[in-house]
Design a protein. Structure first.
Length: 304
Protein backbone atom coordinates (compact mmCIF):
# COMPACT_ATOMS: atom_id res chain seq x y z
CA UNK A 1 0.00 0.00 0.00
CA UNK A 2 1.16 3.52 -0.68
CA UNK A 3 0.33 6.64 1.34
CA UNK A 4 -0.75 9.37 -1.03
CA UNK A 5 -2.16 11.73 1.63
CA UNK A 6 -0.70 13.42 4.69
CA UNK A 7 -4.06 13.66 6.47
CA UNK A 8 -4.17 11.81 9.75
CA UNK A 9 -7.00 13.64 11.57
CA UNK A 10 -10.54 14.82 10.79
CA UNK A 11 -13.62 16.07 12.65
CA UNK A 12 -17.42 16.13 12.27
CA UNK A 13 -20.22 18.10 13.94
CA UNK A 14 -22.90 15.99 15.60
CA UNK A 15 -26.58 16.39 14.79
CA UNK A 16 -28.07 14.03 17.34
CA UNK A 17 -28.92 11.39 14.67
CA UNK A 18 -25.88 10.32 12.60
CA UNK A 19 -23.80 7.44 13.98
CA UNK A 20 -21.62 6.43 10.98
CA UNK A 21 -18.74 8.66 9.88
CA UNK A 22 -16.04 8.17 7.19
CA UNK A 23 -12.39 7.66 8.08
CA UNK A 24 -10.73 9.45 5.11
CA UNK A 25 -7.19 8.13 5.61
CA UNK A 26 -5.66 4.61 5.69
CA UNK A 27 -4.81 2.81 8.91
CA UNK A 28 -3.17 -0.54 9.65
CA UNK A 29 -5.26 -1.65 12.67
CA UNK A 30 -8.50 -0.57 14.30
CA UNK A 31 -6.66 0.27 17.51
CA UNK A 32 -4.71 2.92 15.58
CA UNK A 33 -7.87 5.10 15.41
CA UNK A 34 -8.54 7.32 18.42
CA UNK A 35 -11.86 9.14 18.95
CA UNK A 36 -12.99 11.90 21.29
CA UNK A 37 -15.95 14.26 21.70
CA UNK A 38 -15.37 17.98 22.24
CA UNK A 39 -17.96 20.37 23.68
CA UNK A 40 -17.52 23.84 25.23
CA UNK A 41 -13.74 23.45 25.30
CA UNK A 42 -13.79 20.09 27.13
CA UNK A 43 -12.96 16.79 25.42
CA UNK A 44 -14.05 13.27 26.32
CA UNK A 45 -12.13 10.25 24.94
CA UNK A 46 -14.22 7.36 23.57
CA UNK A 47 -13.22 3.71 23.96
CA UNK A 48 -12.88 1.30 21.04
CA UNK A 49 -15.28 -1.64 21.35
CA UNK A 50 -17.41 0.25 23.92
CA UNK A 51 -18.32 3.54 22.30
CA UNK A 52 -17.32 2.87 18.68
CA UNK A 53 -16.11 0.34 16.15
CA UNK A 54 -13.96 0.76 13.02
CA UNK A 55 -13.86 -1.01 9.67
CA UNK A 56 -11.47 -0.68 6.71
CA UNK A 57 -8.18 -1.85 8.22
CA UNK A 58 -5.38 -1.90 5.61
CA UNK A 59 -7.50 -0.22 2.92
CA UNK A 60 -5.67 2.54 0.99
CA UNK A 61 -8.88 4.61 0.90
CA UNK A 62 -9.57 4.41 4.63
CA UNK A 63 -12.71 3.07 6.31
CA UNK A 64 -15.67 4.05 8.49
CA UNK A 65 -16.43 4.71 12.15
CA UNK A 66 -19.67 3.59 13.81
CA UNK A 67 -20.70 5.07 17.18
CA UNK A 68 -22.89 3.33 19.73
CA UNK A 69 -24.79 6.61 20.24
CA UNK A 70 -25.07 9.64 17.95
CA UNK A 71 -23.17 12.74 19.05
CA UNK A 72 -25.41 15.48 20.47
CA UNK A 73 -26.19 18.48 18.29
CA UNK A 74 -23.28 20.94 18.34
CA UNK A 75 -20.81 18.37 19.70
CA UNK A 76 -17.60 17.98 17.68
CA UNK A 77 -16.47 14.42 16.92
CA UNK A 78 -12.68 14.20 16.41
CA UNK A 79 -11.01 11.06 15.09
CA UNK A 80 -7.30 10.68 14.36
CA UNK A 81 -4.67 8.05 13.65
CA UNK A 82 -2.17 7.31 16.41
CA UNK A 83 -0.37 3.98 15.76
CA UNK A 84 1.80 2.42 18.43
CA UNK A 85 5.46 3.22 17.88
CA UNK A 86 6.69 -0.35 17.38
CA UNK A 87 8.53 -2.41 14.71
CA UNK A 88 6.99 -5.86 14.38
CA UNK A 89 8.62 -7.17 11.16
CA UNK A 90 11.24 -9.84 11.75
CA UNK A 91 13.56 -10.81 8.91
CA UNK A 92 15.09 -14.32 9.11
CA UNK A 93 18.60 -14.91 7.77
CA UNK A 94 18.59 -16.32 4.21
CA UNK A 95 14.75 -16.35 4.24
CA UNK A 96 12.56 -14.86 1.58
CA UNK A 97 12.24 -11.09 1.45
CA UNK A 98 8.53 -10.50 0.66
CA UNK A 99 7.81 -7.09 -0.80
CA UNK A 100 4.42 -6.70 0.89
CA UNK A 101 5.87 -7.29 4.34
CA UNK A 102 8.64 -4.78 3.75
CA UNK A 103 6.20 -2.23 2.32
CA UNK A 104 3.84 -2.64 5.31
CA UNK A 105 6.73 -1.87 7.67
CA UNK A 106 7.55 1.27 5.72
CA UNK A 107 3.87 2.28 5.72
CA UNK A 108 3.74 1.91 9.50
CA UNK A 109 6.83 4.04 9.93
CA UNK A 110 5.35 6.70 7.66
CA UNK A 111 2.10 6.67 9.61
CA UNK A 112 4.06 7.08 12.85
CA UNK A 113 5.90 10.02 11.34
CA UNK A 114 2.64 11.61 10.23
CA UNK A 115 1.15 11.17 13.71
CA UNK A 116 4.22 12.78 15.29
CA UNK A 117 4.10 15.61 12.76
CA UNK A 118 0.46 16.28 13.67
CA UNK A 119 1.40 16.50 17.35
CA UNK A 120 4.33 18.81 16.65
CA UNK A 121 2.01 21.01 14.62
CA UNK A 122 0.00 21.65 17.79
CA UNK A 123 3.08 22.36 19.92
CA UNK A 124 4.77 25.67 20.81
CA UNK A 125 8.16 25.68 19.13
CA UNK A 126 11.25 27.82 19.57
CA UNK A 127 12.62 29.45 16.40
CA UNK A 128 15.20 27.33 14.58
CA UNK A 129 17.94 29.87 15.37
CA UNK A 130 17.36 29.71 19.16
CA UNK A 131 20.64 28.90 21.00
CA UNK A 132 20.49 25.68 23.06
CA UNK A 133 21.11 27.59 26.32
CA UNK A 134 17.93 29.60 25.74
CA UNK A 135 15.74 26.54 25.37
CA UNK A 136 14.05 25.67 28.65
CA UNK A 137 12.95 22.22 29.64
CA UNK A 138 9.23 21.50 29.42
CA UNK A 139 8.63 21.53 33.20
CA UNK A 140 10.15 25.00 33.68
CA UNK A 141 8.36 26.30 30.60
CA UNK A 142 4.99 24.99 31.77
CA UNK A 143 5.62 26.42 35.24
CA UNK A 144 6.24 29.85 33.73
CA UNK A 145 3.08 29.52 31.65
CA UNK A 146 1.05 28.58 34.72
CA UNK A 147 2.35 31.61 36.64
CA UNK A 148 1.54 33.89 33.72
CA UNK A 149 -1.90 32.30 33.41
CA UNK A 150 -2.66 32.79 37.12
CA UNK A 151 -1.51 36.41 36.94
CA UNK A 152 -3.71 37.01 33.90
CA UNK A 153 -6.71 35.44 35.62
CA UNK A 154 -6.12 37.55 38.74
CA UNK A 155 -5.81 40.69 36.63
CA UNK A 156 -9.02 39.80 34.84
CA UNK A 157 -10.82 39.29 38.16
CA UNK A 158 -9.56 42.64 39.45
CA UNK A 159 -10.57 44.38 36.24
CA UNK A 160 -14.04 42.85 36.45
CA UNK A 161 -14.39 43.95 40.09
CA UNK A 162 -13.18 47.46 39.20
CA UNK A 163 -15.68 47.66 36.35
CA UNK A 164 -18.50 46.56 38.67
CA UNK A 165 -17.46 49.15 41.27
CA UNK A 166 -17.29 51.85 38.58
CA UNK A 167 -20.80 50.97 37.44
CA UNK A 168 -22.03 51.12 41.04
CA UNK A 169 -20.41 54.52 41.61
CA UNK A 170 -21.83 55.78 38.33
CA UNK A 171 -25.29 54.70 39.46
CA UNK A 172 -24.84 56.45 42.81
CA UNK A 173 -23.59 59.60 41.08
CA UNK A 174 -26.61 59.53 38.81
CA UNK A 175 -28.86 59.27 41.87
CA UNK A 176 -27.11 62.23 43.51
CA UNK A 177 -27.56 64.29 40.35
CA UNK A 178 -31.28 63.53 40.33
CA UNK A 179 -31.55 64.48 44.02
CA UNK A 180 -29.61 67.69 43.41
CA UNK A 181 -31.84 68.59 40.48
CA UNK A 182 -34.92 67.98 42.61
CA UNK A 183 -33.47 70.13 45.41
CA UNK A 184 -32.69 72.94 42.96
CA UNK A 185 -36.21 72.73 41.57
CA UNK A 186 -37.65 72.93 45.09
CA UNK A 187 -35.39 75.86 45.95
CA UNK A 188 -36.35 77.67 42.78
CA UNK A 189 -40.00 77.08 43.47
CA UNK A 190 -39.61 78.30 47.04
CA UNK A 191 -37.57 81.38 46.15
CA UNK A 192 -39.80 82.14 43.20
CA UNK A 193 -42.71 82.73 45.59
CA UNK A 194 -41.73 85.21 48.37
CA UNK A 195 -43.90 86.07 51.39
CA UNK A 196 -43.09 89.37 53.08
CA UNK A 197 -44.78 88.54 56.41
CA UNK A 198 -46.10 85.59 58.37
CA UNK A 199 -49.67 86.51 57.45
CA UNK A 200 -48.89 86.77 53.74
CA UNK A 201 -50.52 83.77 52.03
CA UNK A 202 -49.80 84.68 48.39
CA UNK A 203 -46.22 84.01 47.30
CA UNK A 204 -45.03 86.20 44.43
CA UNK A 205 -41.79 87.59 43.04
CA UNK A 206 -39.89 90.13 45.14
CA UNK A 207 -40.33 92.87 42.53
CA UNK A 208 -44.09 92.36 42.65
CA UNK A 209 -44.22 92.34 46.47
CA UNK A 210 -42.30 95.58 46.99
CA UNK A 211 -43.41 98.79 45.23
CA UNK A 212 -41.26 101.91 45.39
CA UNK A 213 -43.15 105.05 46.53
CA UNK A 214 -42.27 108.67 45.86
CA UNK A 215 -38.60 109.42 46.40
CA UNK A 216 -37.48 105.79 45.83
CA UNK A 217 -36.19 104.13 42.67
CA UNK A 218 -36.60 100.34 42.23
CA UNK A 219 -34.04 98.30 40.24
CA UNK A 220 -34.30 94.51 39.64
CA UNK A 221 -30.74 93.16 39.83
CA UNK A 222 -31.07 89.36 39.51
CA UNK A 223 -34.39 87.84 38.41
CA UNK A 224 -35.42 84.25 39.10
CA UNK A 225 -34.21 82.05 41.94
CA UNK A 226 -31.46 84.52 42.97
CA UNK A 227 -33.71 87.56 42.63
CA UNK A 228 -32.34 90.78 44.14
CA UNK A 229 -34.00 94.18 44.27
CA UNK A 230 -32.30 97.56 44.79
CA UNK A 231 -34.15 100.56 46.27
CA UNK A 232 -32.35 103.88 45.81
CA UNK A 233 -33.10 107.37 47.17
CA UNK A 234 -31.35 110.66 46.53
CA UNK A 235 -29.85 112.69 49.36
CA UNK A 236 -31.16 115.88 47.76
CA UNK A 237 -34.50 117.50 48.52
CA UNK A 238 -36.67 114.76 47.06
CA UNK A 239 -40.26 114.02 48.17
CA UNK A 240 -40.48 111.41 50.90
CA UNK A 241 -37.67 112.77 53.11
CA UNK A 242 -38.50 114.07 56.61
CA UNK A 243 -36.72 116.98 58.34
CA UNK A 244 -37.37 116.74 62.08
CA UNK A 245 -35.49 117.99 65.14
CA UNK A 246 -32.64 119.17 62.97
CA UNK A 247 -32.19 115.71 61.45
CA UNK A 248 -33.05 114.26 58.06
CA UNK A 249 -34.81 110.87 58.60
CA UNK A 250 -35.72 108.16 56.07
CA UNK A 251 -37.27 104.76 56.74
CA UNK A 252 -35.63 101.80 55.00
CA UNK A 253 -35.40 98.02 55.64
CA UNK A 254 -32.65 96.81 58.07
CA UNK A 255 -29.59 94.76 57.16
CA UNK A 256 -26.15 95.09 55.67
CA UNK A 257 -27.28 95.97 52.17
CA UNK A 258 -26.84 99.74 52.43
CA UNK A 259 -24.28 101.46 50.24
CA UNK A 260 -23.41 105.05 49.45
CA UNK A 261 -23.28 105.72 45.73
CA UNK A 262 -22.55 108.82 43.66
CA UNK A 263 -26.27 109.29 43.09
CA UNK A 264 -27.33 108.78 46.72
CA UNK A 265 -28.02 106.00 49.23
CA UNK A 266 -28.88 102.47 47.98
CA UNK A 267 -30.48 99.59 49.89
CA UNK A 268 -30.45 96.08 48.36
CA UNK A 269 -33.43 93.82 49.13
CA UNK A 270 -33.36 90.10 48.37
CA UNK A 271 -32.99 86.61 49.77
CA UNK A 272 -29.22 86.41 50.41
CA UNK A 273 -27.48 86.66 53.81
CA UNK A 274 -25.90 90.05 52.94
CA UNK A 275 -29.13 91.64 51.73
CA UNK A 276 -31.94 93.37 53.58
CA UNK A 277 -35.02 91.48 54.76
CA UNK A 278 -38.47 92.41 53.49
CA UNK A 279 -40.63 92.51 56.61
CA UNK A 280 -39.10 95.11 59.00
CA UNK A 281 -38.11 98.82 59.03
CA UNK A 282 -35.75 101.13 60.88
CA UNK A 283 -34.94 104.87 60.97
CA UNK A 284 -31.65 105.84 59.36
CA UNK A 285 -30.10 109.09 60.57
CA UNK A 286 -27.94 110.79 57.97
CA UNK A 287 -25.17 113.00 59.34
CA UNK A 288 -25.18 115.38 56.31
CA UNK A 289 -28.80 116.14 57.14
CA UNK A 290 -27.74 117.47 60.57
CA UNK A 291 -25.65 120.08 58.82
CA UNK A 292 -28.59 120.93 56.55
CA UNK A 293 -30.84 121.31 59.61
CA UNK A 294 -28.43 123.68 61.34
CA UNK A 295 -28.15 125.81 58.24
CA UNK A 296 -31.94 125.92 57.97
CA UNK A 297 -32.31 126.96 61.62
CA UNK A 298 -29.56 129.56 61.22
CA UNK A 299 -31.41 131.02 58.26
CA UNK A 300 -34.68 131.26 60.23
CA UNK A 301 -32.91 133.32 62.86
CA UNK A 302 -31.67 135.82 60.28
CA UNK A 303 -28.29 134.32 59.75
CA UNK A 304 -26.61 134.32 56.39
Amino acid sequence: MTLSTQISKTSYTGNGATTVFPVPFPFMRGDDIKVLLRQDGAQTPLLSGTHFSVTGEGSPSGGSLTLAEPPATGTVLVLYRAPAIVQEVDYVENAAFPAETHEAALDLLTMICQALDEKIGRAVLYPVSTPPEDIRDSSAFLGTCEVARDAALAAGTQASAAATEAQTQAGLAGGHVIQAQAAVAQAQAAVGGIRVSASDTTPRNLSAKLIADDGLAETLLFPGADESLRLSLALAEDPGLELAEGLLRVRVAPGNGLSRMASGLAADLGTGPDQLSTNATLSLTLRPAMVAGRVFNHALMGGM
